[in-house]
Design a protein. Structure first.
Length: 180
């Protein structure tokens, strides 16, 4: 009930309500932004812009999902926009070298740490990285990812599968021993 009342206060442009929501979600959303932008100052900027956008468009929040899920989507989109704006040169990855694997097996050898997997994810080409991160780290499904990134679900699935293959290849090359 607290969240609904505070959101209603925000819809009435109540600054105290906005501050309550900000305090409730700022730490978690900062961690989310850091996973994408990798820089404290940039993450703070993205977070600030995300909250501004959320409060400006709070009328669009209908309560179909939790406020946190709605805000999370805004933060991820702001992170992606920020990273795209910082990208000066794009190197196109040749997709023909990556076969599409049709399995749902994401297992790796026990010796591989989460930190190593996250580091390898950062080496993925951008079009695969965001889909893989949103699927593995944020827990979004194909439908949600395709909506956020403005992709078809088929493209989303293909990028996830190719990203998975590329990730396993990166881990194998680093002798982390990904299983197939």
């Amino acid at each position: 009930m607290f969240q609904i009342d505070v959101v209603e206060q925000c819809k009435n442009n109540n600054r105290k309500g906005q501050l309550k929501l900000y305090r409730q979600y700022c730490d978690g959303m900062f961690c989310l932004a850091m996973r994408y932008v990798k820089n404290t100052d940039d993450a703070e900027d993205v977070l600030q812009e995300s909250f501004l956008k959320a409060f400006q468009r709070i009328e669009q929040y209908e309560g179909n999902v939790t406020f946190g899920a709605w805000l999370k989507r805004i933060v991820i989109n702001k992170c992606i926009d920020f990273l795209k704006s910082k990208k000066h040169e794009t190197i196109e990855f040749e997709e023909r070298h990556l076969p599409v694997t049709e399995d749902e097996d994401w297992s790796v050898d026990d010796g591989v740490t989460v930190k190593e997997i996250k580091a390898a994810m950062q080496e993925l080409p951008e079009k695969y990285k965001y889909v893989v991160m949103m699927y593995l780290l944020e827990g979004y499904d194909h439908g949600e990812i395709s909506q956020i990134l403005s992709l078809t679900e088929t493209t989303c699935r293909t990028r996830l599968l190719r990203g998975k293959g590329y990730l396993k290849q990166l881990l194998k090359e680093k002798n982390y021993g990904a299983r197939y």
